[in-house]
Write a protein that binds this ligand. Structure first.
Ligand SMILES: NC(=O)c1ccc[n+]([C@@H]2O[C@H](COP(=O)([O-])OP(=O)(O)OC[C@H]3O[C@@H](n4cnc5c(N)ncnc54)[C@H](O)[C@@H]3O)[C@@H](O)[C@H]2O)c1
Length: 411
């Protein structure tokens, strides 16, 4: 089954971007919003993307109008009567998504694929609201949808392989990099990213190093930006919400640091509000942000209250944790080794020159990684307990680049 016509529900931050890229690829899109005002805003969101292309002379004003004609705005489900696929991008609230999937199930032809762009909700639970769970799938685009290449494709318990293949083919035709991710809290990218960010916050809260020291050290290992700059860019509230989902899913090994809540209570939600771990109120939009005494005082107060012993910071503390999580996802068959590396590079921005986290483990040596994790487990806690796959590899002499065999083969 090919996709000749698509629907998008929700024309906000993600929905408008998704509708735009699908329409731009040549597939007409029906865009549904909750009312006329929201619909107008959604259509304007799409027009803004094209306006930028016109300003860069990559499109003429006439071409812009032709592109806009491929979008049919609506507030009625009846207009989905002949679509082959719908992507839902409404707020991350389960009850809203359930009622939309029920309505879509009734309004769309029985072969239509129903996809959700949810960041964290259960695909299987959403599918259960329909009579076609085999045709319901997660298709997780990243922000901004017109620029970020990665798309996580997440089958639920009953999703058919055919549905997954259809969505992967569509994503490829949109020039995206789709990876198949089995359903688990955080899917792949957030499951790897959030514990890494949380470890940076724990190190800060435990007096191991300052915000700038941790950011500079992680940048020096090849990350495009330090963890605190990244949290400020994503929004502390968004990260803390994702952190809660992971804590609930994986238990105390992903327990969020107390400092998240402290900063949220101080209304320091990141760049969007002017202040997060850094203060952005003095400069313009490209201001890298400055550390300020308010955060330093909050950390000092928290340290007094928690009376936690001071810990040590090295970049290996964060790298060992995120690499171990990547190995756990491999061990659980959440994705293949190759897909994990694509997710890491295209979703987290870990540089292509390092080829991803499993390659980083192979370069470091699996024996060295196990020793590091054992040391951190003793010093910092069970969240560093090495994935059993790592011990198996070490015992078998699959030590990575130095033995020419690790997660990958080297000749
Ligand atoms: N914003 C991000 O960075 C990002 C990234 C990846 C995934 N997501 C996920 O994408 C989804 C949408 O997020 P967003 O940031 O675009 O939200 P948003 O709040 O910007 O947009 C949601 C839109 O849905 C509309 N809406 C609400 N109920 C509706 C209904 N019944 N019918 C039609 N439209 C309705 C709202 O009017 C709003 O315009 C969420 O599940 C979120 O977790 C967001």
């Amino acid at each position: 089954m090919a996709i000749y016509k698509a629907g998008v529900v929700g024309g906000g931050t993600m929905g408008a971007g998704i509708a735009q890229i699908i329409a731009y690829s040549g597939i007409p899109v029906v865009l549904k919003e909750i009312d006329d005002k929201a619909l107008q805003r959604g259509v304007e969101n799409i027009r803004k993307v094209y306006d930028r292309l016109v300003a860069k002379k990559r499109m003429t004003p006439e071409e812009l109008e032709i592109q806009m004609k491929k979008i049919t705005p609506t507030t009625r489900y009846e207009d989905f009567k002949d679509v082959d696929l719908v992507i839902e991008a409404v707020p991350e609230i389960m009850n809203i998504k359930l009622s939309i999937f029920k309505a879509l199930d009734e309004a769309c032809p029985k072969n239509t694929i129903l996809a959700t762009n949810t960041s964290a909700l259960s695909i299987s639970a959403i599918a259960a609201a329909t009579q076609r769970p085999d045709k319901v799938v997660g298709v997780h685009f990243f922000f901004p949808a017109n620029i970020m290449k990665l798309v996580e494709v997440i089958p639920g318990l009953q999703t058919s392989d055919e549905t997954v293949e259809e969505v992967i083919t569509l994503a490829e035709s949109l020039k995206k990099l789709p990876i198949r991710v089995q359903e688990c809290p955080g899917f792949l990218v957030n499951r790897l990213l959030m514990p890494y960010l949380n470890e940076a916050v724990l190190a800060l809260q435990e007096g191991a190093a300052s915000i700038e020291e941790i950011d500079a050290a992680m940048k020096a290992t090849g990350w495009p930006m330090g963890p605190f700059t990244l949290i400020d860019a994503l929004g502390l509230d968004i990260c803390a919400e994702a952190g809660k989902v992971l804590w609930e899913g994986y238990g105390d090994r992903m327990k969020p640091a107390e400092l998240w809540l402290t900063l949220q209570e101080m209304k320091r939600l990141g760049r969007k509000g002017g202040k997060g771990f850094y203060d952005y109120t003095q400069g313009g939009p490209s201001d890298p942000g400055k550390p300020d005494s308010e955060v330093a005082k909050a950390i000092a107060d928290l340290q007094k209250k928690l009376n936690h012993p001071k810990t040590q910071f090295t970049p290996e503390r964060l790298m060992a944790l995120i690499i171990n999580e990547a190995v756990l996802t491999l061990q659980e068959k959440i994705s293949t080794a190759g897909e994990i590396e694509i997710g890491v590079m295209a979703g987290l921005g870990y540089p292509a020159s390092k080829s991803g986290l499993l390659h980083a483990a192979d370069a470091m040596g699996i024996d060295t990684l196990v020793d590091l994790l054992d040391g951190f487990t003793k010093e910092l806690g069970f969240r560093f307990h090495p994935a059993h796959r790592l011990r198996t590899m070490r015992n078998a002499g699959h030590l990575g680049v130095k033995t020419k065999q690790g997660f990958f083969s080297y000749s």
